[in-house]
Design a protein around this ligand. Structure first.
Ligand code: HEM
Length: 432
């Protein structure tokens, strides 16, 4: 959730984020407020470069949201190595006290209180229940389905857009991940549009285009939760071959999941599985348009570059910008004291541009290897459960585009989501 609580943030310009950019003075940088996120990509890249260089562990106040208690502030980690180190010490940097920068009200936390905001052993037990559905082997099993869906999307695009232009996000990027996760969860196709609208409101909570308000967030959460409840009950009585049935049948310490546990789990899976991959695909298409020589290289030998290209798209786009932890004890990072109870925020976007880790990090290079980016997290227990699935989806979508719409390119500026959590593209014109 973003922290602007309905404040009107001006729309950001989209820049490719390459080349030289002016230095942003440290004193000017304010990560909590909308300013840095309203600026173009170049400004943001420069601001994070300053932080990495001059203050890699820096304290920020929290943004004041009207009618919302202002939190105590947080430490921002912006260096790759620090985020990896902290991610692998969940005993010191825990998730159980919240993973959004802003503390969410109790009634909202309950809806999102799934494993991403839990610590082991509870987290490990819940994750153990669902992870069987996401192993590379299981992903290989849905592979054909992913191909079929991607093919169908291109068929529909050709049929519905005889003028050979459309909105890329709606037509390609958003549909594929949504259909795949709905299929895996057993959500019928006729309900997909509703699920899509809820996930937009939940992850776009700070953006006026998606409702923007606390009430809208609350309403979408309740509706999705009730939907999950009904689907869960149905599958408990009439199991099918889907993740919902597996979860409703599974036992955790001799007990079934409660409806509340299932509801939160459902929301997490659907939201996490949808919005992230769709943004990776959209940013990928934009990057392949901005850097045509990279596209040529990939298209010329798709299989050979596929693995590296997908990793580079995830590094380049970093669809999940940040996640928060809370210190469980007094500790320090680069000599900066952090007290028990302090919030600590991992800025994955910055780690993925860390000059000490990536050669020429502002260059989009589909051949980049090694490419141990932190787009799926810094390692540790919360590493993205859906990484294998996301990689397959991105790869299959671009394979389909390459084969059938090889000249496709982005033809106008993307409309960016206003968020310091999700690096989102709401819409983006394309033509082929
Ligand atoms: C390009 C697409 C994706 C990106 C960039 C992404 C990114 C992330 C990140 C950064 C985290 C947190 C890692 C941490 O705190 O250490 C995460 C966790 C998670 N992701 Fe993804 N994700 C993507 C796709 C997916 C998909 C397709 C699914 C499932 C269908 C999924 C399900 C999850 C879940 C369940 C968690 C929580 C894991 C836990 O707490 O144990 N993600 N993801």
């Amino acid at each position: 959730m973003t922290a602007d609580g309905g404040a009107t943030w001006a729309r950001r310009e989209y820049h490719a984020g390459m080349g030289t950019y002016p230095t942003v003075p440290l004193a000017e940088i304010e990560l909590s407020g909308p300013e840095v996120w309203m600026q173009g990509n170049e400004y943001r890249e420069a601001a994070f470069a300053t932080l990495r260089r001059e203050a890699p562990v820096r304290f920020f106040k929290e943004y004041e949201i009207p009618n919302w208690p202002t939190g105590p502030g947080y430490w921002a980690l912006t260096r790759y190595d620090d985020i990896v180190e902290a991610s692998r010490r969940p005993d010191i940097f825990c998730s159980g006290q919240g993973t959004n920068i802003t503390d969410l009200p109790q009634e909202i936390s309950e809806f999102f209180g799934s494993m991403i905001s839990m610590d082991d052993p509870k987290h490990a037990r819940l994750r153990g229940l669902v992870q069987k559905g996401f192993t590379p082997r299981m992903v290989a099993q849905v592979e054909q389905y992913v191909h079929d869906k991607a093919r169908l999307l291109v068929d529909q695009a050709l049929e519905r857009h005889p003028d050979r232009s459309c909105d890329f996000v709606e037509t390609f990027a958003a549909s594929l991940p949504l259909q795949i996760i709905c299929e895996m969860m057993g959500i019928p196709p006729e309900d997909e549009a509703r699920v899509f609208a809820w996930t937009n409101v939940i992850l776009g909570a700070g953006d006026p285009d998606y409702g923007g308000t606390f009430e809208a967030l609350m309403q979408a959460s309740v509706e999705m939760y009730e939907y999950a409840h009904a689907l869960g009950e149905q599958r408990r009585d009439h199991p099918r071959d889907d993740i919902t049935s597996a979860l409703m049948q599974a036992e955790l310490d001799g007990q079934r999941l409660t409806t509340q546990e299932f509801g939160s789990f459902f929301i997490l899976l659907v939201v996490a599985g949808n919005e992230t991959t769709r943004n990776a695909i959209s940013h990928g298409m934009k990057a392949l348009t901005d850097f045509p020589e990279q596209r040529r290289t990939w298209w010329d030998d798709f299989q050979r570059h596929q693995r590296n290209a997908v990793e580079e798209i995830v590094r380049w786009s970093t669809p999940v910008i940040s996640f928060r932890r809370t210190a469980t004890q007094d500790t320090e990072m680069r000599g900066v004291p952090i007290r028990a109870g302090d919030k600590v925020v991992y800025w994955f976007n910055s780690a993925n541009r860390d000059e000490e880790r990536f050669e020429d990090p502002q260059r989009f290079d589909i051949r980049r290897s090694p490419n141990a980016h932190l787009g799926f997290g810094g390692g540790g227990p919360h590493f993205c459960l859906g990484a294998s699935l996301a990689r397959r989806e991105i790869s299959v979508m671009f394979d389909e585009i390459r084969r059938r719409l090889p000249t496709m390119e982005v033809t106008g500026a993307p409309a960016m989501l206003q968020s310091n959590f999700i690096h989102g593209i709401k819409s983006m014109p394309c033509a082929w």
